[in-house]
Structure formats: C-alpha cells, structure tokens
Design a protein around this ligand. Structure first.
Ligand SMILES: [Mn+2]
Length: 412
C-alpha cells in the first residue's frame, strides 16, 4: 500500500499581485500530483488549504484544480484548511463543490448536539473513507474550537487495519503561530492511529514516525523561503517507509538583500554582487540615514536583478534614532494593564486577551494569523449569538431546517 501526502497548495494565490506567482502555485500542484502518480500511489491525501481564498474563486484557479484532479485515476482525499473553510457557518465550500463533481473526496464530520458524528463516506459525505487496506479519517479546521472537536473526534476512531488521521492544524513547538495544538492529544490514540497526516505549518516536520507534515510547495510568505517543503511518499507493508520528496519541481527563488546605503553607484556595485539568475522574487532591505530616491533605487535594482517581483524596504532608523533602554517585559506588562483596564471600562474585558494578541500580530506584520484570529472571533461571536437566540425563542432550529430547507447540493 502506497500513498502521497500533500498539503498547503494555495492555488489562486497571486502573491505580491503577480499572475506568474499564481501559475507557480498551480505548476507545483500539477507536478506534485504527476510525481505521486508516477510513484504508483494508491491514493493521494491533501491535508487542507488546496485553495488560497475561501471565496472569490475565479475560473482560472478552478480550472487549475479540476484539470489536474481529472487526471487522477486514484482517489484524492482532502480536508478543508483555514484558507478553504469558514468554520461553523454552514457554507458550501469550493472543496465541497469539487467533491460534488467527483474530483475528490472531502472528509468532514457532521454534528449532532454539538458532537462530531464519524460516519463512513457514502459517495457524497462522510468523515472516513475505506480502501482495501486502509481507513482514512478526516477532520477539517475549526479555528479555536479545533482542539475541543479533535478530542471528541479521535475517540470515534475504530481499531481497523492501517489507519490514517488527516487534519489541518499546527503542532506546538515547531513555529510561533496562532492556533497550534499539543501533540499529546494525538499520542493518546497511538494504538489506533498509524499515520497522522497534517497540514497548516508550511514547513516539513516528522514526529516519531507518527505525525507527518509535508510543508507547502511554494513560499506563501518571505519568512517561509528557507523552510523545507515538499510531499511525502509513504509505503506500508509490514513496516512504515516514507520519503520526503521535492526533487520533482523547483520553487520560485527568493533573494533577500540587506545593505547600508551610501551612494547610488556603490548601490549598483553591491547589487551586482548579489545578482542571481533573474525572474526571482527580490526583497531589498536598505538601511539609510538620509533620504533616498526610491524610483532611482528601483530602476537600478530592475536593471541588475531582472526580478519577477521587486520589493524595497527602506529603514531610515539607522543613525537617526537612538535605542532607548527600556525593559521590554515591563513595557509589555504596563501596556497590557492599560489596555485591559480600558476594555474593562468599555465592557469588553472578556475579549482583552484576543485584542492584545491581535495587536501583537499586527505589529509583527503577521496578517495571515491576524486574519485567522479575527475570523475565529467573529464565528465564535456568531455562535454565541445564535445560542442566545435559540434559548430565548425556545425553538428547535435543527428540526425545522431538516424538513424545510432544500438541500440543492444533494440533487446532483
Ligand atoms: Mn496553509
């Protein structure tokens, strides 16, 4: 039995506004699938974030997914990631759409009385799928509720043959990222689960030949450039064998150049030392204590680097501002107290932790995590609001929906 494990494909990501970057993501996906098929995989796993955006689908991105998936003559089994899914709002996702068209199998539980129900894939829905020698259980990303749902879900996993648990969340300790979960929840079920297939963190890691995260294929962010990325090809007969593969493609190169500015001709000489093969994503960090002409810098950089994308960051701080000796932990503590007391005064004390965290994420420029946190907060507030409404009106919303609503997506 052999399978491929992919994650974090991010189709449709026009990084830095570049159409070519969106093509890079699609090419990487195509090559990863072709490679998996060439290795005779019996099935292919996509552990979340096939698409970069939850909505705003365009025909090219959809075609990039469909044209590749169409060529797969083995099952492709997926879960939704934070980029694919909108948590609890019962919305039809693009992964649901691909599933309804037979391009892949989208595993996710449904809920009864707030608990996940783990049932077998029936051709339209389900949260586990059986092949001849393997059971695959899939749980999508549920924001800040993932940890709680995970514990309920794992208890439902049966003790079959080779068992894979696939989901989309980070494990604590690999990267400083919002929403990571302790791996102890998974080890608790090690007697029943043979392979944990994760996505979310865009960097490869393997923990005790049990928890596997392949990393993304391309860099979604400058800081991801040095991460080890690729896919796993996994084989199981009597023992587990695996290889992390990335030889089948070449991610777009990033070039980060940091230097101190003195004059324009020296700048050109410095750039020449850093020149690469062209069509790279070039990120310049220029430290200076005088005003510089950005357009002039850009013109020189374009001539030297012939970049696909050029980004220029100018730091005027050097030599102008002197560092003030402040105890950072003290400053943070004072700031937290001030913000907490303001929020308390405004009746928002229950949200002060989240607001402080948001402030940290914004100041670190970590917009992706800030976006996730905001989406979580909103969905949590909507959920709380819904519960209040239900309590007050004392109506069984669920029963009514079941009878009245036309489930058009089932009418294939
Ligand atoms: Mn991702």
């Amino acid at each position: 039995m052999k399978f491929a494990h992919l994650a974090d494909i991010h189709l449709g990501y026009r990084q830095y506004g570049s159409e070519e970057r969106a093509v890079d993501f699609a090419q990487a996906f195509k090559k990863a699938i072709e490679f998996s098929l060439s290795k005779d995989a019996d099935f292919i796993l996509i552990a979340g974030d096939l698409f970069h955006k939850k909505s705003e689908m365009d025909p090219i991105t959809l075609a990039q997914a469909v044209l590749v998936l169409e060529r797969c003559d083995v099952p492709v089994i997926a879960v939704e990631g934070n980029h694919d899914s909108t948590y609890f709002r019962e919305r039809y996702t693009w992964i649901d759409y691909l599933s309804s068209q037979g391009h892949l199998i989208n595993l996710k539980p449904h809920f009864e009385e707030g608990r996940p129900v783990v049932d077998e894939w029936d051709g339209k829905r389900g949260s586990f799928y059986r092949t001849a020698k393997t059971s695959i259980y899939g749980l999508k990303y549920y924001g800040m509720l993932t940890e709680r749902i995970l514990q309920d879900f794992l208890r439902e996993i049966g003790d079959d043959n080779f068992t894979i648990f696939m989901s989309h969340f980070g494990i604590e300790g690999y990267i400083d990222m919002y929403g990571c979960i302790s791996s102890s929840h998974l080890y608790h079920f090690r007697d029943r689960i043979d392979y944990v297939a994760l996505g979310h963190i865009h960097r490869m890691y393997v923990e005790n030949d049990f928890i596997f995260n392949p990393g993304s294929l391309e860099s979604c962010d400058l800081k991801e450039y040095s991460f080890k990325k690729g896919i796993f090809i996994v084989e199981f007969d009597d023992e587990l064998k695996y290889a992390h593969e990335s030889s089948f493609y070449r991610p777009r190169p990033f070039r980060i150049v940091e230097l101190n500015f003195s004059n324009y001709s020296e700048l050109r000489d410095e750039f020449l030392k850093w020149r690469g093969s062209g069509k790279e994503i070039v990120h310049l960090r220029i430290n200076t204590d005088k005003n510089i002409d950005r357009e002039k810098v850009e013109k020189i950089a374009r001539e030297v680097f012939d970049p696909l994308v050029l980004r220029i960051e100018v730091n005027y701080s050097s030599g102008v501002l002197q560092a003030v000796n402040v105890d950072l932990s003290d400053r943070v503590r004072v700031e937290r107290n001030v913000i907490s007391s303001i929020l308390r005064g405004m009746g928002y004390e229950d949200m002060s932790e989240e607001i402080l965290r948001l402030r940290e994420l914004f100041s670190a420029g970590n917009m992706d995590d800030a976006d996730s946190l905001i989406a979580d907060l909103i969905s949590e507030k909507i959920r709380e609001g819904m519960e209040e409404v239900k309590k007050e009106a004392k109506i069984e919303v669920q029963a009514e929906e079941d009878e009245e609503e036309w489930k058009w997506w089932e009418a294939r």
